[in-house]
Write a protein of this length. Structure first.
Length: 241
């Protein structure tokens, strides 16, 4: 997936004229400061071809290369390329959502065919669902929400429905670009993984790279189903890795 990201950047850079590309490189000297990143030396930038510049951007600014490109295209008066880059990014996000929609539609079909003896079951799920939406709609900063309840009250059903509705485009669309659903019961049987590896295992082909996805952590939601059964330390002490 990293290669596909670089290929997409290169195709856009190749649409710049020699004069535009030179201006692009000159602007790149100052651009990292806007993102609070360390600049690449001018010597490396100046001597770069379009192909090698893509490698430099992905190496020095994993997860931020696309955002820099969007800004720089506007500065060299190539709004058309900025729009094209945004469309490519949205297309990759849409691919993931479609993949998740198909996956959770199958799960939901099985869920709704399950016999539920408690007549209050669906009411409880609906109340939880509305509460989740209100929490995330009202907060712009990162939020940790816990769905509590006794066994059989519908916690898993509620979380699956939330995932399906996000993937279907009817829940939290303006808040989250990516929602990842992990079953703790499955995680308990896996070997040690970084967050990046865990995310990568859920992505379909031609998705955004993990670095690109993690470049905007406020737009990501992680759902852990069965958290109270977790048998290991998550060790969330590093920079999303």
């Amino acid at each position: 997936m990293a290669g596909s990201s670089g290929y997409g950047l290169l195709k856009l850079l190749q649409k710049l004229s020699d004069e535009e590309f030179q201006r692009f490189k000159e602007l790149l000297r100052e651009e990292p400061e806007k993102f609070k990143l360390k600049p690449i030396s001018w010597t490396k930038i100046e001597n770069s071809s379009k192909e090698s510049l893509v490698t430099l951007l992905n190496t020095h600014y994993p997860g931020q290369a696309w955002n820099m490109m969007l800004s720089l295209f506007l500065q060299v008066n190539r709004e058309d390329l900025s729009i094209m880059a945004q469309k490519k990014k949205r297309h990759k996000q849409t691919k993931y959502k479609k993949f998740m929609k198909t996956t959770f539609e199958r799960i939901w079909t099985l869920e709704t065919n399950t016999h539920i003896p408690d007549r209050n079951y669906h009411l409880i799920v609906e109340v939880q669902y509305k509460a989740l939406q209100e929490i995330f709609d009202s907060e712009s900063e990162p939020v940790t929400a816990i769905v509590a309840g006794t066994t059989g009250e519908g916690k898993t059903t509620f979380l699956r429905k939330a995932m399906l509705d996000w993937a279907s485009g009817v829940l939290l669309q303006n808040r989250f670009q990516y929602v990842f659903f992990f079953s703790v019961f499955s995680l308990n049987n896996t070997t040690e993984l970084s967050l990046a590896e865990l995310i990568s295992s859920t992505l379909p082909e031609s998705s955004e790279t993990v670095d690109d996805i993690l470049s905007d952590p406020k737009r990501i939601l992680f759902i852990l189903d069965g958290f109270d059964y977790l048998k290991f330390d998550l060790e969330l002490r590093t920079n999303l890795c």
